[in-house]
Design a protein around this ligand. Structure first.
Ligand code: SF4
Length: 150
């Protein structure tokens, strides 16, 4: 199989340089952007796709599974809608893998903030990352680019 035969790769849009983070900034990752030389990249931002504004209040996943922002507004429905849209787009493009931004309440895989807005990380999955895994899509973070076939 040549690299051109590999399926498109779903990517967190902020890693590609889209200023879609809650604070209106991006988080460009050279290793992820370099993958565009060999893979078709499909950028997504689950929170923006759910209709949340940019900038927006920082949100964290609570131990209950709810997502609450720093203004104490429950954003669970929006985060779940964004996760469902991420799965829909992945399926539409035939993606089997995703590179998602670490630690995000949407995109984080393995470690996320604990819901206290104190900068404390705990084991866990962001809403979109979990939905993609449940849909059978391999989820990696920007720190795992070297593990990708390209
Ligand atoms: S939801 Fe994902 S893609 Fe959007 S800004 Fe947050 S980490 Fe980046």
């Amino acid at each position: 199989m040549t690299s051109n035969d590999l399926p498109p790769l779903l990517v967190s849009a902020c890693l590609m340089g889209e200023p879609c983070r809650y604070d209106g900034k991006d988080y460009p990752c050279p290793a992820v952007r370099k993958l565009a030389n060999t893979r078709t990249l499909i950028p997504i931002c689950p929170e923006v796709m759910a209709g949340l504004p940019t900038p927006r209040a920082c949100a964290e996943l609570q131990p209950s599974g709810r997502v609450v922002d720093a203004d104490d507004i429950d954003r669970t429905a929006a985060f779940e809608a964004g996760a469902a849209e991420a799965v829909r787009i992945a399926r539409e493009h035939g993606c089997t893998q995703a590179i998602l931004k670490s630690k995000s309440p949407s995109c984080g895989k393995g470690l996320i903030y604990d819901g206290t807005f104190s900068g404390t990380l705990v084991p866990g999955m962001g809403k979109a990352a979990q939905a993609l895994i449940d849909a059978g899509i391999e989820v990696l973070s920007e720190n795992d680019c070297a593990d990708l076939q390209s």
